[in-house]
Design a protein around this ligand. Structure first.
Ligand SMILES: CC(C)(COP(=O)(O)OP(=O)(O)OC[C@H]1O[C@@H](n2cnc3c(N)ncnc32)[C@H](O)[C@@H]1OP(=O)(O)O)[C@@H](O)C(=O)NCCC(=O)NCCS
Length: 169
């Protein structure tokens, strides 16, 4: 069955936290516990302006998700990017940008276009500029997806991590 895509607001996303965490934990495996992930990441991001969560649901199970929000100076990641990349690389990019934070597809659903559909759904209707942080490995599936969707490298945070930017319509 072709998974259904939905885009949820911050308040509607709250109830999905356990399901999003299950998949997040399977894909990234870097969270200490559900409680710390929820408090320090998911709920913190949900509270930010413009938060949206794109979900892909197959039958009743979550097959993938993506989320982001409107980023500002004074936030950890925005400030890290601004002080690490050369000023000419980030000029005009930071502040009121859409921060594309996470994208994950269940391993059993990969390779069928779901990652791209989630990416497109998350950005649908947005204007301005968008930023994301990802691996600097050009062969990584996510980097290939982003590049083919119009993202370009703005600079490196360190040798293993890059910042990508995209002009939205
Ligand atoms: C990145 C990810 C979301 C892609 O999901 P997916 O559903 O498999 O992606 P799609 O089928 O929509 O493929 C979209 C594009 O991604 C790239 N891609 C996907 N899988 C790939 C692979 N195994 N090798 C190389 N490129 C790949 C291709 O450019 C592909 O476009 P194409 O089909 O026209 O060649 C998925 O691999 C994933 O969850 N990875 C782990 C989490 C992660 O790295 N997230 C990003 C954090 S920044």
């Amino acid at each position: 069955m072709n998974p259904r895509i939905a885009v949820l607001t911050a308040s509607d996303a709250a109830a999905l936290a356990p399901a999003v965490f299950r998949l997040y934990d399977e894909v990234f495996g870097d969270a200490e516990s559900f409680e710390s992930w929820r408090e320090q990441m998911f709920d913190r991001h949900r509270a930010r302006d413009g938060f949206r969560l794109a979900t892909a649901t197959a039958d009743t199970a979550l097959a993938g998700f993506a989320w982001g929000y409107v980023g500002q100076r004074g936030q950890f990641w925005s400030d890290l990017v601004e002080r690490t990349l050369p000023p000419e690389a980030t000029s005009g990019w930071i502040g009121d940008h859409f921060e594309f934070v996470e994208l994950a597809v269940d391993p059993g659903h990969r390779g069928g276009g779901l990652g791209r559909r989630l990416h497109d759904a998350l950005l649908d209707g947005l204007t301005g500029r968008a930023l994301l942080g990802t691996t600097s490995d050009p062969a990584d599936p996510a980097v290939r997806l982003y590049r083919s969707a119009g993202w370009r490298t703005l600079g490196l945070l360190d040798p293993a991590r890059q910042v990508m930017g995209r002009e939205l319509p």
